[in-house]
Design a binder for this molecule. Sequence first.
Ligand SMILES: CC(C)[C@H](C(=O)O)[C@@H](O)C(=O)O
Ligand code: SF4
Length: 466
Amino acid sequence: MAKTLYDKIWDAHVVHEADDGTCLLYIDRHLVHEVTSPQAFEGLRLNNRTVRAPEKTIAVPDHNVPTTLDRANGIENPESKIQVDALDKNAKDFGIHYYPVSDVRQGIVHIVGPEQGWTLPGMTVVCGDSHTATHGAFGSLAHGIGTSEVEHVLATQTLIQKKSKNMKVEITGHLRPGVTAKDITMAVIGATGTAGGTGYVIEYCGSAIEDLSMEGRMTVCNMAIEGGARAGLIAPDEKTFAYCMGRPHAPKGAAWEAALTYWKTLKTDEGAHFDKVLTIKGEDIAPLVTWGTSPEDVLPITATVPSPDDYTGGKVEAVRRSLAYMGLTPGQKLSDVAIDTVFIGSCTNGRIEDLREVAAIMKGKKVKDGLRAMVVPGSGLVRAQAEEEGIADILKDAGFEWRMAGCSMCLAMNPDQLAPEERCVSTSNRNFEGRQGRGGRTHLASPAMAAAAAITGRLTDVRELG
Ligand SMILES: CC(C)[C@H](C(=O)O)[C@@H](O)C(=O)O
Ligand code: SF4
């Protein structure tokens, strides 16, 4: 029977299938961060268990770490400090791979995994973090798990799962200038809503997806979870193989050749069945921004703020509340909305190509007077590369703060936070109430759009900058 890519990876990892269809899946890579792992390690201790496959378990602190240059002095917030200290100790006690804050390879777990060659095609990858979907860009089955599952995977290297349905999201044609991977993924959520992917694993395909670099593909898969999907994935191709080759933990020599032969089989067969299909023309996607407090609240930058009257059902009240929270008025042009802050970073858009894109726009330009603008590389290695390429200097000259790696202002778990009513254009993936700080107002956008906003001090169509 013709199989989808998801079917193939699933079948290759089933250890046991119960009568009701519940499966025990083998897990190839377990990524761990400080927020969702302390109780899991504690559970192992209490039961006198060890980590089943320490060589497949990789930990890095990211959510709670400060991103200021003086962070070697330690973490001030007691709760954050406890979590990071616990990970330091757990990594040592259980003998798993670890990138501490002091290591140049430290960064956001979803950036470190691919960068170090831990994430490879055909694998099952889990992490106690919803944005694990990012790793699906390599043609791996990657998704978030809860803390009790983290303990289960640590102890057994397996996970109890029920199979999801197959959904295909095809982006045909090609993107227009000024439109990026971030706009693709936001357009998909705009079309399906935050529950459109519930119960599905999405395979993204089509020429506009093939056109993307690995980094762009990671941006697309990263937000699969915001559309409700269990995971998002993209069939590996020559770009995938080239990205993986030579990474520290990628196979070498004969093992590489054998892996490559297998990886080339990782694509959906002709005629395989998808339970749901969404097709979007690449040419129809415009640079997008969010106006509300859900990632589905997306509009082209050329649009105006919607009115609750434009909606029906439960969304009417939700829109009213969103607009009040966001301090926006129906009918207002999005491009007239003045901003206070620009945040460039996160596991959605904190990779080197994102920073290159911002630098290309900022070169010779300045961040608008009075604006707070921050670039937080996704890993220490991204930071080092950006410094080597002269990107850091361009960004600093333009008026951006140049930070150390971490989740930073993507979520308010560390000192980088918005003040109440502070309005931010952010390259991250969530715009929920209070996500970037209590009362903070988030507009999600691509790095290019964030750079454009940094120059003008308002939501701005990057295509206008010329
Ligand atoms: C803290 C963590 C569990 C959470 C997640 O699961 O995604 C965070 O990374 C986020 O982006 O909200
Ligand atoms: S960068 Fe943001 S989305 Fe990504 S793992 Fe960190 S908090 Fe979650």
